[in-house]
Structure formats: structure tokens, C-alpha cells
Design a protein around this ligand. Structure first.
Ligand SMILES: [Mg+2]
Length: 431
């Protein structure tokens, strides 16, 4: 038995915790550079605002319908997510944090998982003011489907029986009721079925989840893939997937961003690359890994009318390292090798490839470079200070000062406060 707990309209809900005046109003959160809508309140969805719609296409709704748009505030969402996840962890012994607002819990052998799910949902609301829905089912795919139903039943009354709203347990339905629910659900809502696959299935006469569940697993494998066979088996209630409570270290770490305004000077780009390289190195050390390949890229906008430019370079480190100085040096030397003056560059990134565990690095193969072992105490002292006193407290001289606006800084004109992580941004009189 599995539970999937998912925050409703998560980014918008985080904003509403500290700005209760935003409740009952149409609200969207915009992506990097205030580009497009990445989270929408139910009221915004009711206005017909689609996911990922560009801001300029809906801007008129500010005047016409009282739409409120906010810049993405990941400092706030990440910390609210931690609070929510730590409460969810109380539901069962195995938890898989699937995304910033979604978590699977293995509730096998638990007494009364339905009652406990209701209690958990209430506790998350009482302690964090975040609304959630819980889906329960005998497989992860069915738990995910149950969560979708719990949300829809709440948001669109009449779409499913009202008692399925907020917390939905598919394992408690009678065979007839279960079949009705599957028939009422579009095949594209199944976990793992993307838009293209859904179109293919519809062409074969498979329109709803019941149609898909009717497929013979062997045929599903023959006609589509092992992946499709697994989906069909999971819909039948045969678990093929487990709750993965061990987080695998990432095989690649990237820090890439679009600029608020075009950049063309090498000095500015060096600052960008040093800043991104430092962030990537911090992430690398957090998962106790080292890298040996540092990729840097710069490019103009793909929509740019004038001359376009897109180039990348890989620099190998003499010895695998997690030292910010080594990584930034490699990134800047890569940048200098590809840089050409006279282009309006709009995006850059530093990507660390060929990542391995720091414990496997061989200090005896140190050819004069600062090896992972010799610079580790310095790097961990730097990380400790930055954790304690705020990001960028100790940094390389080439890295931009924190909170100093730059030409390349992302546009975030509608940013709310970092209410939970900055003492000077704690709101007063918050209801
Ligand atoms: Mg969600």
C-alpha cells in the first residue's frame, strides 16, 4: 500500500501562507526572469490560464480580473517544502521525496492508512498552512492516480464522487465503483503517459484508464514497451515500483540561467561563470562528490533577429576535485577559449560532468593540483561559514557580491520576502 502526498498549487500556496490577502484571488507564480506561469491558483485556472503560458499573454488580466503575478521565490518554497516533508515522514518508515511538493510513503502494514492520511493532511494544514491532497493505492501508479482524483474531486465538484475529495483511497472501492472511476479518467492522467503517448493510445481506441487497464500486459510490452507493461500491471494492482528512500547522488550538476538583460563583455561573463561555477561546486560538495570535467556554454537568444552565437567548451581537471577554485579556474579558461566579442548573449551555464564519489578519489595521483583531500578542510570551512552567515559570505574575488543587481541578474520584479530564511524579512502582523 502506497500514499502520495502532494501540495496543491504549491508555489502559490507558499505565497499565501505569508500573504493571506492572496487567498480567494487569482494568483500565478512566474518562472525565471518573470517569463511564464509555473504555478496557478484554482481561481487563476478558472480564468483559463494554462500551465507555462507566457506572462505577456495574460498580463491584461491584472487589470481585467485582478490577477496577481509573483516572481518565483525558491528560497521560500524550498524551506516550506522541508517543513512539509518532515511532517510527511511521520506517516510511515519509508519516504521518497519525488519533487519539491510530492512525496511517496510506503504505508504497508500500517493500521488505518486512510484515517492516518486524513490526520496527516490536517496536521500539515495546522502546522504550515499548506493545503495538500493524499492518494492511496496498492501501487505507486494507483496512489498517483488517487491523488489526481482527490484533487479533481475537490476542484471540480461532480467530476468524481464528493467523498473522494482531498483524500482518496482507491483500494477501498468496490469493483464497480473502481471501474467507474477508471472510465471517468482520461488516459493522459496516468503517471508516465505523456502527451505523445496519450495520443498514440487514443489512436488505438484507448481513451480512458479503464481501456488501458484492459490491455494484456504481454501485448502492452510487445506493442509499446516494458515500460507500458509495467504501467498496465501497476493499474492491475501488482506493484512493480518501490518507494526509493535512498537519494542517488546526481551524475551531472548544472548551474545555468538566462540573463535579465543581454551581456556581451568578457569581464561580465567571467563574473557570471565564476558565480555559477561556485554554486555548482557547492552542490557537488553537498553530495560528497568530485568532478573531472567542467563544461561552460554561452549563447544568444534562439529568437534573436541579429547574428547568433552558441558555443561550449569542456575543460578537464588534472585530478578529480570539488575545490571551488579549481572548478572556477577551469570554467573561466573554457569561457576565454570560446568567447567572441560583439554578441548579445542571453544565457550561460556551468555543467559538471563525470562526477564520482569523493571517497573514490586517489590522492596519490596528485600532479600538483589542489587535490580533493588537501583542499577539503578549506572548502568545508567555507561551506560552514556560508551556511551559518548566508550564501556568499566567503567567496572567490571573481564572484559577484550577493544581492547586488547586475546586468545579468534574473528579472524578479515581483518577488515576495524570504519570510522563513532571512531574519530581516520576517513579516509583522501576519494573520
Ligand atoms: Mg503539486
Amino acid at each position: 500500500m502506497f500514499a502520495l502526498i502532494d501540495g496543491n498549487n504549491f508555489f502559490v500556496s507558499c505565497e499565501r501562507v505569508f500573504q493571506p490577502q492572496l487567498r480567494q484571488r487569482p494568483v500565478v507564480v512566474l518562472s525565471n526572469n518573470d517569463g511564464c506561469a509555473i504555478s496557478r491558483s484554482d481561481e487563476a485556472k478558472a480564468l483559463g490560464i494554462r500551465m507555462a503560458v507566457p506572462w505577456f499573454q495574460i498580463k491584461h488580466l491584472e487589470q481585467q480580473a485582478g490577477l496577481v503575478a509573483l516572481s518565483a521565490n525558491f528560497a521560500l518554497y524550498g524551506e516550506m517544502s522541508d517543513r512539509m516533508m518532515s511532517l510527511i515522514a511521520e506517516l510511515g518508515p519509508k519516504q521518497e521525496i519525488y519533487s519539491i511538493d510530492e512525496s511517496f510513503v510506503d504505508v504497508c502494514g500500517l493500521n488505518n492508512p486512510l484515517e492516518r492520511s486524513w490526520a496527516l493532511r490536517q496536521k500539515i494544514w495546522d502546522w504550515t498552512s499548506l493545503p495538500t491532497c493524499v492518494g492511496l493505492g496498492p501501487t505507486k501508479t494507483l496512489a498517483k492516480l488517487a491523488n489526481h482524483i482527490a484533487k479533481q474531486a475537490e476542484r471540480n465538484p461532480g467530476s468524481y464522487p464528493a467523498e473522494m475529495a482531498q483524500v482518496c483511497d482507491l483500494s477501498r472501492l468496490s469493483p464497480t465503483a473502481f471501474k467507474e472511476v477508471l472510465i471517468a479518467t482520461d488516459v493522459g492522467e496516468v503517471w508516465g503517459i505523456g502527451r505523445r503517448l496519450a495520443d498514440q493510445l487514443r489512436e488505438c481506441g484507448i481513451h480512458n484508464v479503464h481501456d488501458l487497464a484492459q490491455l494484456d500486459p504481454a501485448l502492452a510490452r510487445k506493442r509499446w514497451s516494458v515500460f507500458m507493461e509495467r504501467i498496465v500491471r501497476e493499474l492491475h494492482g501488482q506493484p512493480c515500483l518501490e518507494v526509493e528512500d535512498i537519494i542517488e547522488p546526481k551524475k551531472q550538476i548544472a548551474c545555468t540561467r538566462s540573463f535579465g538583460q543581454p551581456v556581451s563583455q568578457l569581464a561580465d561573463l567571467e563574473e557570471v561563470v565564476a558565480t555559477f561555477g561556485s554554486r555548482a561546486a557547492e552542490k557537488l560538495r553537498r553530495q560528497h562528490s568530485v568532478t573531472s570535467q567542467v563544461l561552460v556554454f554561452i549563447r544568444t537568444s534562439p529568437f534573436h533577429k541579429g547574428s547568433r552565437f552558441s558555443q561550449s567548451a569542456i575543460t578537464s581537471l588534472a585530478c578529480p576535485s570539488a575545490d571551488t577554485r579549481e572548478i572556477v579556474r577551469a570554467a573561466i579558461s573554457g569561457l576565454r577559449s570560446i568567447y567572441r566579442p560583439g554578441f548579445d548573449l542571453i544565457k550561460a551555464g556551468v555543467i559538471l560532468a563525470d562526477i564520482s564519489p569523493a571517497s573514490l578519489s586517489q590522492p596519490e595521483l596528485d600532479f600538483g593540483a589542489a587535490s580533493a583531500t588537501s583542499s577539503a578542510p578549506l572548502m568545508s570551512a567555507m561551506d560552514d561559514l556560508n551556511r551559518r552567515f548566508g550564501r556568499g559570505t566567503v567567496r572567490l574575488g571573481s564572484v559577484a557580491l550577493p544581492d547586488t543587481p547586475r546586468l545579468w541578474s534574473a528579472r524578479r520584479e515581483r518577488l515576495s520576502g524570504r519570510y522563513t530564511t532571512r531574519i530581516d524579512e520576517i513579516p509583522y502582523g501576519c494573520a
